[in-house]
Design a protein around this ligand. Sequence first.
Ligand code: ZN
Length: 399
Amino acid sequence: MNNLKIQDEQLAKIDLDISLLNDFFGAYLNHPDNPTAYSIIHEVFNKLSKDLNGLDKTALTEFERLIARQAKSGISAQKELSDFLINPREGDITSVVDCTYGGSSFKEIKDIILNFDVGEYKRFVSDSDIIRKNRNSVRKLGNPKEDPRELIKSAVMKYGKKLGIIDDSFDFNIIIDSIPRSYWESDKRICVISQDDFRGKEIDGLYVISLTGPYFTAIHEVLGHGFHQLCSEGVPETISYSLFQGSNIKTSAHREGVASEREHSAYTFLREHAKEYHIAESDLEFVAGYKEFAEQLTVVLTYKGLNDNKVVSDEKINKKIAQIDEIHRQYVYKDGLPSHSIRMALYEASYYFGRKKIREIKRQFNNFPANRVERALNTGVWAMDVLPDFMDYFLRKDK
Ligand SMILES: [Zn+2]
């Protein structure tokens, strides 16, 4: 779409500065308690905020005004986060979370945990014969005649083509690795799948892996993140899909929201092609059902990480988390729920809040053709408070 260019010279300069800021902020996040790095990054915030306030709004196009809003929104969240990380205090976490995810997100996180149905979770995971209690057990494979990577790639391509979002020219590779979680390697276009995503069951003393989890994972990584990257090629730096852009925490909900929603949408497709991809019905039901718990678990991990780092403390919530952790340890993963850094803990909630917001936005624009909504939804990486206005702009202009 050729309306996605910045013509205003001042804004074009700010746009490049934002990209440098994001690079720097990404590096800063590795040492958030370093006072020198903190004061440098705040000088950059102040300069950019001044530049943004100095723009002649009447001279900007509608798209340029959206970019300026996006820049401001990202800076305010980065500022809030850095102020918090240099001196993490319980009283301030509410505003950090609310600024990152909007509304009363922090209260929502606490409510989700307090309402988490521990009994139902235990019943669900203990009922299944599909386990992944021990990472090393994956080594005892069954006798797969087909390369799992080929099967996974074939399913991703077929689903993407069915959705009408990719064609045969779309290419990527798959690597299966012993890393703790899967990701999309955007520079090399590789879907890296964690071996933890491969569940399995013991049949006659042999551990037989199920590919059902990895199918969902690859659809998340490739048709979620990969497609988002594809649609975002050539957009201004402020909304670009690059690795360092991930250091703008305001955009993580958009990134994970579109990918998670895509992943959840794959259930019907995988069901229809169960035979072709060797998916047992019980596996599919289990993996799909577990996703609903997994989404709630992301905010559990947010609170747990903050608690582990002594940022928050609430006896009632901690008791609930301990119960969930125990079930998790017993039936799902022998190491229990992971303990995250503050930064990673904050990121976790982007899956829950991101998907929730993406679903709201899809309803808001459901009178437009689905493929155009997909395009709009995946063009650029936005703060969730700016995304609906960009969608409105895109759908009006891109005909
Ligand atoms: Zn993701």
